[in-house]
Ligand binder design. Sequence first.
Ligand code: HEM
Length: 302
Amino acid sequence: MLKFLALLTTIAVFLLLLVGGVVSGTGSGLGCPDWPLCHGKLIPDFTNPEVAIEWSHRLVAALAGFLVLVSAIVAWRQGMKMLSALSLVLVIIQAGLGGLTVKLELTSPEVTTAHLAVGLGLFATMVIITALAFRASRTSQYSVIANAGFSQLLLVSTFIVYIQMLIGGYVRHTGAGLACLDFPLCNDQGNPAGVGLQLLHRMMGVVAALLIGWLAMKASKMKQPRSVIMLAHGAFGLVLVQILLGAMSVWTQLQVHVTTTHLAVAAAILALLVTLCVKTFGTRVVAATGESVSPKSEKAVA
Ligand code: HEM
């Protein structure tokens, strides 16, 4: 039961991230100027589309929050105590940060980016719970060929993608999305801080693509199991699509469907890498020789 519940919750949190992206992309963050009510009501008047968008964000947040709570209870009972507690703590912090974002009237890009950071943390936690629940139902636990170089590269890639997503959030919330009006060149719009951020985000995108490309190559060369190769190559394919979507965000002057897809693909890359981490760490692994080893002794077989 945990498998499907956790998967449903992960999908709900993913949708929540996307609706959050639509809220900022359409500038609807203050569609409900109060919190937790909206214009003093539980169900406000929806004549203004900004009200409808922000209210939907809160509705999806409430549903996702409820699903996280139920998943946490079930996962706790199945021994995933730390992860269950973490998911609940993140939901509470996230609700608080959402309220603070509205109270500060979106004036703090640090708070709005922290809201994204915690949302991504919650998403990653749900991906881990889901991957563990699916793994627990399998008979074979020996899924990854132990190699310290592969594990380290995977960790660094996952970390870089997470940081890159936060930089992207900061680009958006400081209004630096169009600091350069062109891609791949900059066509500087006279906002040096914005240009710096925009170029950092582009450069990190290239670094992420190189790292994930290397990871995918390593997975194939080492003859990792098919699922590992597919996850690594899937992440690499998506990162290339992501760079194109980043360029399209600039070319279309931040059309909301393009920026929301850019966010969706970023979350998908993170999900694939986190799933690979679950497969690689905390599980018993099989060395290239076919002999089973514990993850702590990976170095010995690297
Ligand atoms: C691994 C590669 C990349 C990842 C994971 C990534 C991720 C993100 C994320 C998560 C956001 C914030 C979206 C939001 O808060 O709704 C963002 C914003 C943005 N990204 Fe990227 N990005 C990548 C590469 C690029 C590249 C190469 C460009 C090229 C120009 C780019 C351009 C942008 C722009 C312009 C924004 C701001 C959108 C706005 O203001 O609405 N991204 N990115």
